[in-house]
Write a protein that binds this ligand. Structure first.
Ligand SMILES: NC(=O)C1=CN([C@@H]2O[C@H](COP(=O)(O)OP(=O)(O)OC[C@H]3O[C@@H](n4cnc5c(N)ncnc54)[C@H](O)[C@@H]3O)[C@@H](O)[C@H]2O)C=CC1
Ligand SMILES: O=C(O)C(=O)Cc1ccc(O)cc1
Length: 369
């Protein structure tokens, strides 16, 4: 991937910071120079090792870079592209990580000089967190990563970017902006729309007092509603038409299912539910998702002080690394549950044995998703 010896990242938040960390973690030997409006983010990015050099201004950031990655909220693109265009040198490739591509390609064309190659990008990786403090070197691993070159983009430039994507451990998918925006409107933007509607409904329609009863189902369905509101506002408006079409389709589907219930069509409702289950279950278990798949176990634990320490100590003492830990229920004087996730099947099996032998009750052991 050493097609580039100097990469500039503009915007050192979750995505920009994770890209710097990921490249370094994978052994990128060149220099990464970073620029952000926030001094604190630049200092954090340097301290964490996401960048080698802090740029004092946009000119210093982009002037000698062979690749410039724009990782700022889409609402700031016009401002950033205008500034970049003053200082960029011929032959530089510019890419971005923005969640919408038709709008981005349009303004890149409008604001960048003609001798600059702009190839849009969008990693299907991320989280509901933002900022450099949430950055993680493995964020891009196993994720699909869309690249949306223009019709006249040189093949060599696409290849160079594909190599960067592969170095991050992600999977490049070359696609048109139009098709990209259509796909993500269905699999990312509409689900976000639904999640925020559901969450707001629970408080607006029924009062805040319903929230304490919320269980895993509601949590799973609405996790993404915790995403950065400013970023999602941008996404909704910059992919407005596709999202609106998705909402119309959603309304039709809601009406269809509602009518079945109104008309007591139990068989039809059952078929509808079965079909959804079939489709949901068929999402590849061992395929690539946003996150690296993990092997999980669920442990029942008493709700008492120190129990988590005992659990993790037991697993750690046997040199088994817990990749994720999550408290599922924590109700006073009742059993709670803890989800542990491991990187390998053998870690999962060993942890299972050790915990069983120590008297922990395992309510559920989940296969690798
Ligand atoms: N958060 C996510 O899960 C994903 C986000 N994206 C896209 O990535 C982009 C960045 O998102 P995040 O990293 O999540 O945001 P973030 O809020 O974590 O980071 C954005 C950074 O850009 C900086 N910034 C803002 N305006 C700037 C300017 N004019 N010049 C220099 N720096 C500026 C901010 O100070 C901040 O550090 C967005 O366009 C978003 O659509 C793409 C995939 C996933
Ligand atoms: O948190 C999640 O699972 C996400 O869906 C993150 C995400 C947010 C925005 C994108 O454009 C792509 C991915």
């Amino acid at each position: 991937m050493e097609n580039f010896s100097k990469i500039c990242i503009v915007g050192l938040g979750l995505m920009g910071g994770s890209m710097g960390l990921g490249l370094k973690q994978k052994g990128f030997r060149g220099q990464i120079i970073g620029y952000d409006l926030s001094n604190e983010s630049m200092l954090d990015a340097k301290t964490l090792g996401a960048i080698d050099v802090i740029a004092e201004n946009m000119e210093q950031a982009v002037a000698d870079a062979q690749l410039v990655v724009i990782a700022v909220p889409i609402g700031y693109y016009v401002q950033v592209l205008k500034e970049v265009s003053f200082h960029i040198r011929e032959g530089t490739i510019i890419t971005d990580v923005g969640s919408v591509k038709s709008y981005v390609s349009k303004i890149a064309k409008a604001y960048l000089p003609e001798n600059i190659s702009f190839v849009g990008g969008h990693p299907m990786a991320g989280s509901e967190k933002d900022g450099i403090k949430a950055a993680n070197p493995f964020l891009y691993e196993n994720a699909y990563y869309f690249l949306t070159p223009a019709a006249d983009t040189a093949k060599g430039d696409i290849q160079k970017l594909e190599n960067v994507v592969k170095m991050l451990g992600a999977y490049p998918v070359v696609i048109s902006c139009e098709e990209h925006d259509q796909i993500v409107s269905q699999i990312s933007h509409l689900p976000h729309f639904v999640a925020v509607v559901l969450v707001n409904m629970v408080t607006q329609n029924y009062g805040i007092s319903y929230l304490p009863f919320v269980g895993g189902g509601f949590r799973d369905t609405t996790r993404i509603a915790s995403g950065n509101p400013a970023m999602w506002k941008d996404i909704f408006f910059f992919n407005r038409d596709k999202l609106l079409q998705g909402i119309v389709n959603l309304e039709e589907s809601v009406t269809e299912l509602k009518e079945m219930i109104i008309n007591d069509q139990e068989e039809a409702v059952l078929e509808y539910l079965k079909n959804a289950k079939l489709i949901r279950d068929s999402i590849p278990r061992h395929g690539q998702g946003y996150m690296a798949p993990l092997y999980e176990i669920i442990v029942s634990v008493e709700d008492r002080p120190g129990v988590l320490g005992e659990l993790t100590q037991l697993v750690g003492a046997n040199h088994i690394n817990i990749k994720e830990i999550e408290i599922l229920h924590s109700r006073q004087e009742e059993q709670g549950a803890v989800r542990l996730a491991f990187e390998t099947c053998s870690d999962q099996k060993r942890a299972l044995e050790i915990l069983k032998d120590s008297g922990f009750s395992l309510t559920f052991c989940k296969d690798k998703e």
